[in-house]
Design a protein around this ligand. Structure first.
Ligand code: AGP
Length: 609
């Protein structure tokens, strides 16, 4: 996610902005920039790369102004570059803007503004905000910003600076975080607390739909109707390290908790009208190309591979096409069978995994078009694929992938429904039903997260064992694979995922009294089959922890622990069922005093074979 900092007050702004941006580096970024208002006017410096590159570009003779804004960019629209970095000006240098979020209708706004004579210099959605402010400016910056954002669809945390009103900064917020740090004769703005902690622990949290006018000596917060709002001053007690994790003990837990937001961001602009319409026009796939697909090949590594396994079930169910899912490290060396009607999909959070990149290149060398699902704009995979469907999960810092996995599955569902829609495989009612169920998932994930204490209690039991099993049928088996990997990689407890029906073909020999078996039984149409496998385990005195949809017949007497998931369409349950497994792994690892965010022997991105 992008990082925003702003300052106005009695000190020189530049060093404060740079230090604030450095405190936000953990959020991940690919470019940075600052804009300062000083006696000589406006100075804007932007640079692709690390903040140190920006500092070298500014040099030692930095502007002496006492107000300014800064930004670290996590690219969404427009690859990382100097020009696409924020802050952005409009046609003149009268207005400067920094922004965090996604302007969904930026193309339409940009066309309209260009028709009104505005000239754009970047590829970003953000620059539209600068031109809107310039277009509507009426001598009152606050009212101008309020007018301008009425045209905007999407999410934003934005700060606007105006050369002609050089005693204030104006902020607005919708769906992206923004806080205001309260100082003595100075005030601060930031995306997150770490950027201001060295100066103040007193903050306002700007809420959606609120605006702020910030001067060196005052902070006024108002509604869209200019009603002045009395805000509670919040005292931050975290230390700087905890603040980087948003107060969470580990990045992994922070990222697990960010999943509802990651899902909503990934749906944004793609699931319209409450889920009744799928829009993946960004892929520029023609109906002919879509109808020409006769086979799908999904290639990835690790957790991304497990997301592909979930996608297989959904795609085969809804598209009635054969879908093969392969490990990239296997795919690249087994002379795969590909033809011109095979759609190849690669999935990679980092977009830099060597095996996945090699698989992409192999597929393209065979003449296949490759669609990439990735979380990093400008990554190697995104640049070399023919089509890219981005997950908007924001930077994932913990080695164990959680929110990226969830948004990868969501992206596969969106793609499946889109292809089904174009191929006429779902009537409008079926499509709307599936889309509405998808749209409702973030709130259901929130409900599960609110019950983390239940999971923590189960994790205490799990943490005492050196070996566990995860079992499930169909999509539950795919999620069991991911659950087992999560537990292994951060708690170091050996975990094996098995198709429930396979137990009696060997693994049952390992079921001893008390051994934890996490049994997924979310697929209502085969619940009896799942239950009979659970009974096999119970008959050997295994300790069964069951995940099932609420409304499933009372399982309390059949298993040792049960965690009921909010009900949804069967084929969508993986987005819900993996969340308790992520928390289970996290709390088991914490109970075993493991280095959760950086497990031994592992890297966040495996850029070597
Ligand atoms: C998942 O928790 C692991 N960190 C690992 O399996 C990861 O998913 C795999 O290395 C693929 O990474 P990528 O998505 O960046 O390509």
């Amino acid at each position: 996610m992008c990082g925003i900092v702003g300052y106005i007050g009695r000190q020189i702004a530049y060093p404060i902005l740079i230090e604030g941006l450095k405190k936000l580096e953990y959020r991940g970024y690919d470019s940075a920039g600052v804009a300062l208002l000083c006696h000589e006017g406006l100075k804007v410096v932007k640079a692709k790369g690390e903040i140190t590159v920006l500092e070298e570009k500014v040099g030692q003779s930095f502007p002496a102004g006492n107000m300014g804004i800064g930004h670290t960019r996590w690219a969404t629209h427009g690859a990382p570059s100097d020009v696409n970095a924020h802050p952005h000006c409009a046609c003149t240098e009268e207005f400067t803007v920094v922004h965090n979020g996604i302007i969904e209708n930026y193309r339409a706004l940009r066309h309209w503004l260009e028709s009104e004579g505005h000239r754009f210099s970047s590829e970003t959605d953000t620059e539209v905000l600068a031109h809107l402010v310039e277009h509507y400016y009426n001598g009152d910056l606050l009212k101008t910003v309020q007018e301008a954002i009425k045209k905007v669809e999407g999410s934003f945390a934005m700060v606007v600076m105006c050369r002609g009103e050089n005693d204030k900064l104006v902020c607005a917020r919708r769906d992206s975080p923004l806080i205001i740090g309260l100082g003595e004769g100075e005030n601060f703005i930031a995306s997150d607390v770490p950027a201001v902690l060295n100066y103040t622990r007193k903050i306002y949290i700007l809420e959606d739909g609120e605006f702020a006018v910030i001067t060196a000596s005052s902070v006024q917060i108002c509604s869209a109707e200019c009603t002045m709002l009395q805000k509670e001053v919040r005292e931050i007690t975290w230390d700087a390290v905890a603040a980087e994790k948003g107060g969470f003990r580990h990045f992994m837990l922070k990222e697990i908790m960010e999943q509802p937001r990651a899902l909503r961001e990934t749906m944004r602009g793609r699931l319209l009208n409450g889920g009744r319409e799928i829009n993946l026009s960004e892929l520029n796939l023609t109906p002919e190309e879509i109808n020409d697909i006769s086979r799908i090949y999904i290639v990835a590594c690790g957790t991304a591979y497990h997301a592909g396994l979930v996608g297989k079930y959904a795609m085969e169910k809804l598209l009635r096409l054969p879908v093969e899912v392969d490990l990239a490290s296997e795919f690249r060396y087994r002379d795969p069978l590909l033809d011109e009607k095979t759609m190849v999909i690669v999935i990679s959070q980092s977009g830099e995994t060597a095996d996945t990149l090699a698989a992409l290149r192999l597929a393209r060398s065979r003449g296949n078009k490759v669609l990439a699902i990735t979380n990093v704009v400008g990554s190697s995979v995104s640049r070399e694929a023919d089509k890219v469907l981005y997950t908007w999960a924001g930077p994932e810092i913990a080695v164990a992938s959680t929110k990226a996995y969830l948004t990868q599955i969501l992206s596969l569902y969106l793609l499946t429904l889109y292809l089904a829609q174009v191929r006429g495989l779902l009537d409008r009612q079926e499509l709307e039903k599936a889309g509405e169920a998808l749209f409702a998932l973030p709130a259901k994930v929130e409900e599960i997260l609110s019950r983390e204490v239940e999971i923590q209690d189960i994790a205490a039991y799990l943490s005492c064992w050196e070996s566990t099993f995860f079992i499930g049928r169909n999509m539950d088996f795919a999620v069991a694979m991911e659950g087992a990997l999560k537990l292994k990689e951060i708690s170091y407890i050996h975990a094996e995922a098995y198709a429930s029906g396979e137990l009696k073909h060997g693994t049952l020999a390992l079921i001893v009294e008390g051994i934890p078996v996490i049994a997924l039984a979310t697929q209502k149409d085969i619940i009896e089959k799942s239950l009979s496998n659970i009974k096999e385990v119970k008959a050997r005195n295994g300790y069964v922890i069951c995940l099932a949809q609420e409304g499933t017949e009372d399982l309390q007497n059949e298993v040792d622990r049960v965690f009921y998931l909010p009900a949804t369409e069967d084929f969508l349950t993986p987005i819900l069922s993996v969340v308790p497994l992520q928390l289970l792994s996290y709390y088991a690892a914490v109970a075993r005093c493991c280095p959760v965010d950086k497990p031994r022997n592992l890297a966040k991105s495996v850029t070597v074979e």
